[in-house]
Design a protein around this ligand. Structure first.
Ligand SMILES: Cc1cc2nc3c(=O)[nH]c(=O)nc-3n(C[C@H](O)[C@H](O)[C@H](O)COP(=O)(O)OP(=O)(O)OC[C@H]3O[C@@H](n4cnc5c(N)ncnc54)[C@H](O)[C@@H]3O)c2cc1C
Length: 296
């Protein structure tokens, strides 16, 4: 089923993001995680796509497996960076043929070394240069078959000169036919609320789903946050630093923080919570159990 339709029928959407594992062991773990989480009746689950090329076929395989073996609504991420139009069409045809109705249309990251050294556009882009072009491509070629999600950045995308410019380009994705947005992870809800005000001013009305990253490994999440420009509040950093050598304590603090964050978002009418699970169920399950009384 299309996510755009499902979003009309739920007050608050819950969804989970997974990445395609590299090993058999990793796949077993993922399938166990999916089993743990599918009982929570998520609106959808999504599978990431390796812009660098590393996980591309694995994404297709996991998307197909979950669509066939479970009752979950599955969304495939797709990045256009490095792909020709023909390749993009082959992937989308594949998804259409196996009955997938949902795509998260992304550009993908420009490799860091290229950003530093400078690059010729044709080295990196073989067709669409930005996600809005990918959204248009999907709409032109597949009409309404796919429900299309896009990425949004409450703190601005790292390449953007300012938030207003980022919102300007987000609007282009909406005009091209995006149905909903999912945010980059953020830890300070004030960024989200201010961003929503900006969208309101611009007349952008599509549902915005908040991306929640439970912190279970501080070093790892700090690195991710730095890369994508997400601010971790100083008070949280201090708490986590204090227990740097205790994974149990880190996880406890991370979960408590995410619970508070989700409760605040729910009380302020957020349309959905999208959990970056990192293929693990424990933290997401605990957070869900602490907030379920506020869901439909
Ligand atoms: C929910 C979510 C899921 C993600 N999943 C994946 C994944 O599976 N695989 C992966 O590799 N990456 C993923 N990413 C990361 C994403 O690919 C990167 O953040 C990437 O750098 C930007 O992708 P985008 O689709 O937002 O690009 P765009 O919307 O193209 O934006 C990229 C930059 O260009 C600017 N811009 C946008 N349109 C234009 C235009 N027409 N002209 C000029 N400038 C423009 C924007 O302001 C921004 O600074 C995900 C991000 C999010 C938030």
């Amino acid at each position: 089923m299309k996510i755009s339709e499902k979003l009309k029928n739920v007050k608050t959407s819950i969804s989970f993001e997974f990445f395609p594992p590299k090993t058999e062991e990793g796949e077993k773990n993922l399938l166990k995680t999916v089993k743990d989480l599918e009982n929570l009746n998520p609106t959808f689950v999504s599978i990431t796509y390796g812009a660098g090329g590393s996980t591309r076929d694995r994404t297709k395989r996991i998307v197909e497996k979950l669509a066939k073996d479970t009752d979950l609504t599955v969304m495939a991420h797709l990045t256009c960076i490095g792909h020709t139009e023909k390749e993009i069409k082959e992937i989308l045809d594949y998804y259409k043929n196996i009955g997938i109705r949902n795509i998260l249309a992304l550009r993908g990251d420009i490799p860091l070394e290229k950003l530093k050294e400078g690059y010729k556009e044709e080295e990196i882009f073989k067709s669409c240069k930005h996600a809005n072009e990918l959204v248009s491509f999907i709409r032109d070629n597949y009409k309404d078959w796919f429900s299309i999600g896009v990425a949004v950045y409450p703190e601005g995308h790292p390449e953007s000169p300012n938030l207003e410019r980022d919102v300007y380009y987000f609007k282009k994705k909406v005009e091209a036919g995006a149905d909903f947005g999912i945010t980059q992870m953020f830890f300070d809800n004030n960024y989200f609320y201010k961003y929503m005000e900006l969208l309101d001013k611009e007349g952008i009305k599509i549902p915005i789903i908040a991306g929640i990253m439970p912190i279970t490994n501080f070093k790892q999440i700090r690195k991710f946050a730095l890369m994508c420009g997400a601010t971790i509040p100083e008070s949280l950093i201090k708490k986590l630093e204090k227990y740097e050598n205790s994974p149990e304590e880190t996880e406890k603090i991370g979960i408590e923080f995410a619970v508070e964050q989700c409760i605040d978002l729910l009380k302020n009418g957020v349309k959905g919570l999208h959990f970056y699970t990192l293929n693990k169920s424990k933290a997401t399950l605990q957070i869900y159990n602490s907030i379920k009384h506020l869901l439909d």
